[in-house]
Design a protein around this ligand. Sequence first.
Ligand SMILES: Cc1cc2nc3c(=O)[nH]c(=O)nc-3n(C[C@H](O)[C@H](O)[C@H](O)COP(=O)(O)OP(=O)(O)OC[C@H]3O[C@@H](n4cnc5c(N)ncnc54)[C@H](O)[C@@H]3O)c2cc1C
Length: 510
Amino acid sequence: MAHPNDSPPSADEHLERQRMRSVRPADWRNPEPAQRYALVVIGAGTAGLTAARMAASLGVRVALVERDLLGGTTLNIGPLPSKAIIRTSRTYAEMFHADRYGGCVPGDIRVDFPRVMRRMRDIRARLSRADSAQSLAAAGVDVFFGEASFTGTDTLEVDGATLRFRKALIATGARPIVPEIPGLAEAGYLTNENAFELNEAPRRLLVIGGGPLGCEMAQAFCRLGVQTSIVQSWPLFLPREERDAAQILSDAFARDGLGVRLNTRVLSIHVEAGGKTAELITDDYRSSVTVDAILLGTGRKASVDSLDLGAAGVAHDHEHGVIVDDFLRTSNPRIYAAGDVCLSYKFTDTAEASARMAARNALLRGRGRLSRLVIPWCTYTDPEIAHVGMYVREARARGISMQTFTVPLHTVHRAIADDEQTGFVKIDVMNHTDRILGATIVAHHAGEMISEITLAMTSGIGLRRLARVIHPYPTQAAAIRLAADACARTLAARRRRWMPGWLRRLARGA
Ligand SMILES: Cc1cc2nc3c(=O)[nH]c(=O)nc-3n(C[C@H](O)[C@H](O)[C@H](O)COP(=O)(O)OP(=O)(O)OC[C@H]3O[C@@H](n4cnc5c(N)ncnc54)[C@H](O)[C@@H]3O)c2cc1C
């Protein structure tokens, strides 16, 4: 019963309660376990939810175990909340730079951080309904809340109950890596697990780590008026990406006013009256930065600690997490794994695709192979950096000779009209053919544009055929057609070179 002095919940509390009603209902009672499940799924993030729903749609008995919140990282503490915040930060950046678009910069631009977070919480609460315990139960999934740990090769325990299974899927995801920096624990830090609970913006922020998570969050906080520095131990951000793409990002950060410190390591942190001071070293040069909050973007590692994988005979190691073969099967043939817990590509799209494959392989004796997946990804900075397929350096290492077709965005009408000319579309094909091996796109909406290339690669469509695709005018995706045109011209010129002279003259109409 409500206490008479209880104040009504704030809008934020209301939204959080709404989300909890879906993803962790307080009055939930775990069901009586079935005698044996065709599939038990551990972890209800993107991978686990996908597999459980798929199994239920096949009409088999399926249990889903979650120790924390349904929806996992994607819904609660990862892509969804971060993208909601990034969207607002882009709006502010556009307001601050309205003059670039022929507008007037409004006189008093004040960032209302609590409002930014409320919008994110509203989106999260709305989308949580799709992942709710109630909707899963209605679909025929037995939902168990509690921490799962294996007790044998075909049994596990959750909340005092034993679940027997014919097949199991480990989908327990990954957690942030906390680097060993003296003083970090004492100073306190944010990770993706608590950053979305902030209600007030820190005045000054240090982001440690220049991978996708660190870069996205650093730029977003900076654009929301937080004095932000980002420290990266490598000479460039996003070390996996092509150098020219990463360089564009460094330049964009500098334009935003982000304090960029490349080639820099944090030696130690100590707390003093004015804040948290990080001692830094860049090559041989020592410096320091004082901030109010520290956010870690130092990578994520597979979450396997509580599973007692040894009891189930499932091999794992520190670097790879759960070890799977190309069919996503672990060293115990009854048990499969999908998503961040076993993949080096830690993305929502890969978690979903791998879970679908693992469920099919486990339940329908499918032979889907991980190595056949064409996996695109994107870092949602501004500009976005998207990639699919092989990198040039990988092709070189494998002795594959490539030809690259590059279209800078400053030659694309829509990019010019939008004043979003910093970036490019770069498509790599196997030499002397139009077979696409990989592509990198740096553009405002690169994440949307990369799908056209992914579709072509998945369907075995050569780059030359994309030259025939009519793109609405004007779009930035027209850059893909321009690259395809260049490829078609190059192949035609090559064909002409090999023609006998009489045929060449005929072709020219001479
Ligand atoms: C800030 C951030 C931004 C991101 N942005 C993007 C993006 O833009 N695009 C993209 O594609 N990817 C992004 N990612 C990565 C993406 O979130 C993950 O790849 C994806 O969520 C992985 O899904 P999963 O199902 O494998 O794991 P998770 O979603 O982590 O789910 C695992 C679940 O297992 C549960 N669990 C763990 N152990 C146990 C146990 N013993 N018993 C029961 N349950 C257990 C956990 O509580 C968790 O709910 C981002 C990640 C972060 C952190």
